[in-house]
Design a protein around this ligand. Structure first.
Ligand code: PLP
Length: 408
């Protein structure tokens, strides 16, 4: 038997069935008209952001990294709860615009920005986090051509990484950002060129659950920003400190202690060097804001036994939930939190493998899981599906098509 990840707080059983936002899983599937479906809870997103704000310094802005979940109604909903939006492409910009975001609330980070993307962002007044000297040149040329003063910041490839993070985005050779030692020269050049200078973006990693590691990294970010500003002889009007707040996906993962992170940051903000005294600070979070607020519901279409192993074969799979299958950046596959939604409060009774409907052995949703006995027609819930689910999975694979999504 293999352990399942921890079911996030905020989910309960009503009449023995999983309820999301007070509604039964089976009713949600009926309303969607089809399975599989992703269900995102407004209440859980709002609660998460309120809890975060309660412990973070007031001066800290919270941005949403929409790469985690770009579902339109969710984007619209979260707009009123956050202070800004981080995008990674002009495709995301279009979605953000449709959801009502203003360009000045948006910053655009990501390597390989095409000329058309630079043009659209500069024309609209989006802040560009420049990833290289070459990109800076193209941005300056584009702005000149358009006759617009561009809002530019430099994304710094920091000298450190976020310890314990699932995905390291700094320290050593990276395609992201400009190596720290080359930043002062470019910052000086941009300020001299008369751009609307927006300061630095320093992103060191994702999916960290250790508060001490985040505190350490945030300390390094503040030190580095102050040092780079001083070396360049420029002000630091804005500092995007990155994020990296993780969520518990797997057995023995424990939630991040945000109170400790907030307290340490307050302390740092109370003792800022002069060069950062007027700086506006932001963190950008994706999965922490929305990951645990989403559930993927998929229906069992077959129950079969092979060489003594029971398989629950569902109508979903890795084409919607690549991360839960263990094929999105994990080295060793471990089980996400998974439950039988339609028998949510029944005791575990048997060991089963929950698989998807794709004809590949990679399509696994839960291995050797101890679950209540389930039959064809029951719904399986895969939790932690609010981030890097629908939009981060190959929905065209094998012609299966995308899953429904709903915000409740
Ligand atoms: N910002 C940047 C620049 C990123 O690269 C990422 C993730 O890779 C994020 C934000 C969001 O990360 P997470 O969803 O872990 O908060």
């Amino acid at each position: 038997m293999k352990a399942l990840g921890p079911i996030p707080a905020g989910y309960s059983a009503i009449d023995g069935e999983l309820a999301i936002g007070g509604r039964l899983a089976s009713a949600l599937a009926d309303e969607a008209g089809d399975t599989p479906l992703f269900v995102y809870s407004r209440d859980l997103i709002a609660q998460r952001i309120a809890d975060l704000r309660a412990v973070m310094p007031e001066r800290l802005n919270i941005h949403y990294a929409m790469k985690a979940n770009p579902y339109g109604p969710l984007l619209e909903f979260i707009a009123d709860l956050v202070d800004g939006l981080d995008i990674a492409s002009i495709g995301e910009f279009e979605m953000a615009r449709e959801a009502g975001y203003l360009p000045r609330e948006i910053s655009f980070a990501g390597p390989g920005k095409r000329d058309e993307e630079l043009q659209a962002a500069i024309r609209a007044g989006v802040t560009l986090n420049l990833e290289s000297e070459g990109e800076a040149e193209r941005a300056l040329d584009t702005a000149k051509m358009l006759g617009v003063t561009p809002r530019l910041a430099i994304r710094v490839n920091p000298t450190f990484e976020l310890r314990g993070s699932g995905m390291k985005m700094g320290g050593g050779a990276k395609p992201f950002g400009l190596d720290a030692d080359r930043v002062p020269a470019l910052a000086r050049k941009l300020v001299d060129a008369g751009v609307n200078w927006r300061g630095f973006h320093i992103y060191s990693g994702s999916q960290a659950l250790d508060a001490e590691a985040i505190i350490e990294s945030q300390g390094h970010v503040l030190d580095l920003a102050a040092q780079l500003g001083a070396e360049a002889g420029v002000e630091v009007p804005h500092l995007n400190m990155g994020g990296g707040f993780g969520i518990p996906y797997f057995d023995k993962d424990t939630p991040l202690d945000i109170a400790a992170v907030g307290a340490a940051l307050k302390d740092r903000f109370d003792n800022l060097p002069d060069i950062l005294s007027e700086t506006e600070f932001a963190i950008e979070l994706g999965r922490y804001l929305v990951g645990e607020a989403g559930v993927y519901l998929t229906r069992i279409v077959d129950r079969k036994v092979s060489h003594g192993t029971t398989y629950l074969v569902t109508d979903g799979g890795l084409h919607h939930q690549l991360a839960a299958s263990g094929n999105f950046g994990t080295v060793v596959r471990r089980n996400y939190p998974v439950a039988i939604a339609t028998r949510f409060d029944a005791p575990p009774e048997e060991e089963v493998n929950v698989v998807g409907c794709l004809c590949t052995p990679l399509d696994r949703l839960a291995d050797q899981a101890h679950l209540p006995r389930a039959e064809v027609g029951d719904l399986v819930a895969v939790f932690c599906a609010g981030a890097y689910g629908a939009s981060a999975s190959p929905s065209a694979f094998l012609g299966q098509g995308p899953a429904c999504e709903m915000l409740v």
